[in-house]
Design a protein around this ligand. Structure first.
Ligand SMILES: *Cc1c(COP(=O)(O)O)cnc(C)c1O
Length: 352
């Protein structure tokens, strides 16, 4: 820390992203990226947009918001486009959390939530998941704060139904409920159809997972016009050109190729069932995942050992130090071939 670093950030503990090693080629199953390249339409659209990089990107993101508006059946004014969904989440913490509206989330979830609370000087309260890693909806009724829930949940993959989410939203009517749907396309039920009914609901989604565009950094939020206007006040006070023009065009391109996205999601779900089944045969337990990853725990080998042994063998998975899940590894679902290598390597480790 330099002697100039502001005191207001001296206790900030930054988010630690999963490794993106450049030294050797790994089978990368550690950051929930898609194993499939983006649609050819997205690539072509980005290349065309690159020819006009001397111009600023469209601060209104009109073409992409129109495409999203058609896909999700909401008005353009109900959509905010952001630099990854992380930015939408940060804007939501800035806009809707303060001393009177502390952020409330689960004890095991996306690690960025407490960081956003911290950088925005907002109190953060954790409600523990059940022993089986599910969320008990009633634990989140009348929370007295801004509720931030990933559904399906991060790290566990466990999903609540739309009806269960609706009850949480209904019973927190004096606070915003942020539903982070980064993984919804892999078997979850989206809350987007509820935004017409609840003015306190903000749904956040991303192009990073199901749409194979993690490197483009593109996310969006859907809510009432009023919530979106608040978020735009924050966005225009921060960076009106928050999304670059190549990414905006790629986003429009990929939305025009929904068949590819759907086919990729189906493949991931099939590979998830295959992997879960093989892992169970090898003595792993895991909560049922509705996401593109599995949180698996072995009865006799701990998570850190598995993580290190797999890395030595060229397979990267994610290991967390959080006490409740430090015995587990989080495995991103890749291609069938990648999952076969993973299973073979794990079998080899267990036999040793
Ligand atoms: C991956 C992920 C995000 C971040 O996505 P970006 O759009 O790449 O910023 C947000 N929330 C959860 C729960 C995630 O897993």
């Amino acid at each position: 820390m330099s002697r100039f670093f502001s005191k207001k950030y001296e206790n900030l503990e930054p988010y630690v992203p999963g490794e993106q090693p450049q030294d050797r080629k790994y089978i990368k199953l550690n950051t929930n990226e898609s194993p499939f390249p983006p649609s050819a339409r997205a690539i072509a659209a980005a290349a065309t947009a690159a020819e006009r990089l001397q111009l600023y990107s469209d601060p209104e993101c009109v073409l992409l918001r129109e495409a999203l508006s058609r896909q999700y059946h909401v008005a353009k004014e109900q959509i905010l486009v952001t630099n990854g969904s992380d930015e939408a989440l940060n804007f939501a913490f800035m806009a809707f959390c303060d001393e009177e509206h502390p952020a409330v989330s689960a004890d095991i979830t996306y690690g960025f939530y407490p960081v956003y609370a911290n950088i925005n000087h907002v109190p953060y309260r954790e409600i523990p998941l059940q022993a089986d890693f599910s969320i008990a909806p009633e634990d989140f009724y009348a929370c007295g704060g801004t509720v931030v829930l990933a559904n399906p949940n991060a790290q566990t993959g466990v999903a609540l139904s739309r009806a269960q989410m609706e009850e949480i939203i209904r019973r927190n009517s004096s606070n915003v409920v942020v539903v982070d749907e980064a993984y919804v396309d892999f078997g979850g039920e989206s809350c987007v159809p509820l935004v017409e009914k609840y003015d306190n609901l903000l749904v956040v989604q991303t192009f990073s997972k199901s749409r194979s565009m993690a490197g483009a950094r593109l996310g969006f939020a859907i809510g009432s016009k009023e919530l979106i206007a608040d978020l735009n006040t924050i966005r225009y006070s921060n960076n009106p050109y928050n999304v670059n023009s190549m990414t905006l065009s790629a986003g429009v391109g990929i939305l025009a190729d929904q068949e590819t996205i759907d086919a990729n999601c189906r493949t991931i779900m099939e590979n998830r069932a295959f992997t879960a089944n093989e892992l169970k045969k090898l003595g792993f337990t895991m909560p049922e995942s509705s996401a593109n990853f599995i949180l698996a725990e072995h009865t006799s080998v701990d998570g850190d050992t598995l993580y290190r042994e797999l890395k030595e063998r060229g397979v990267l998975v994610r290991h967390f130090t959080n006490k409740r899940i430090c015995n587990a590894i989080r495995i991103t679902i890749g291609t069938r071939e990648q999952m076969q290598v993973l299973i073979d390597q794990i079998r080899d480790i267990l036999e040793k």
